[in-house]
Design a protein around this ligand. Structure first.
Ligand code: NI
Length: 180
């Protein structure tokens, strides 16, 4: 099942997500639905609040080809170490469609997470994978990538999204003839 994506300024994107504690069948099914939703939207990462669930769950796959076997599905991810060396990447977000900005973050991180089989895993990530994991963990803490740019630029980006969403809704109403 493909889940519905939440777009700014949806208030759920500004709320803290709660720990999952154990990955049971329900959480595991949710992880697979998130992965399916991410692939369908051509994203490389997705966090649970982006589909309206305040759970500490993220999915990430930065590989060229979509392959669920190599994707990361993480519950309760926790960064335990960040390199001093930095990495800059032009980030976007499925909840802020069409907007991009360069964000600088630690180049390498070490983290713990609970996998889809409820096993606690430790791993290291660098470059794009590291950036993506940090971006998704930010979502769990109510932080969006636009928080790293100036207020002026952030307001402009968010206003652009609101405008395009409004126009899309109006088009839909006209075409669908739903508004009577
Ligand atoms: Ni995002």
């Amino acid at each position: 099942m493909v889940l519905k994506l939440r777009i700014v300024p949806d208030p759920v994107l500004r709320k803290m997500a709660d720990p999952v504690k154990a990955v049971d069948r329900e959480v595991s099914r949710f992880m697979h639905e998130m992965l399916e939703t991410m692939y369908k939207s051509a994203g490389v990462g997705l966090a649970a609040p982006q589909v309206g669930e305040l759970k500490r769950v993220i999915v990430v796959d930065v590989a060229e080809e979509q392959n669920a076997a190599q994707a990361f599905m993480m519950a309760d991810p926790e960064i335990t170490w960040r390199s001093e060396e930095l990495f800059t990447y032009r980030e976007g977000c499925l909840s802020i469609p069409g907007q991009y900005a360069e964000v600088t973050r630690p180049k390498r991180i070490r983290l713990h997470y609970t996998d889809v089989n409820n096993k606690r895993i430790e791993m290291e990530a660098e470059d794009l994978l590291s950036t993506c994991i940090q971006h998704e963990i930010d979502h769990l803490n109510s932080v969006l990538f636009v928080d790293y740019v100036s207020k002026l630029k952030r307001d402009m980006m968010l206003k652009r999204v609101e405008k395009s969403q409004r126009m899309a809704t109006e088009d839909e109403q006209k075409l669908g003839g739903k508004s009577l």
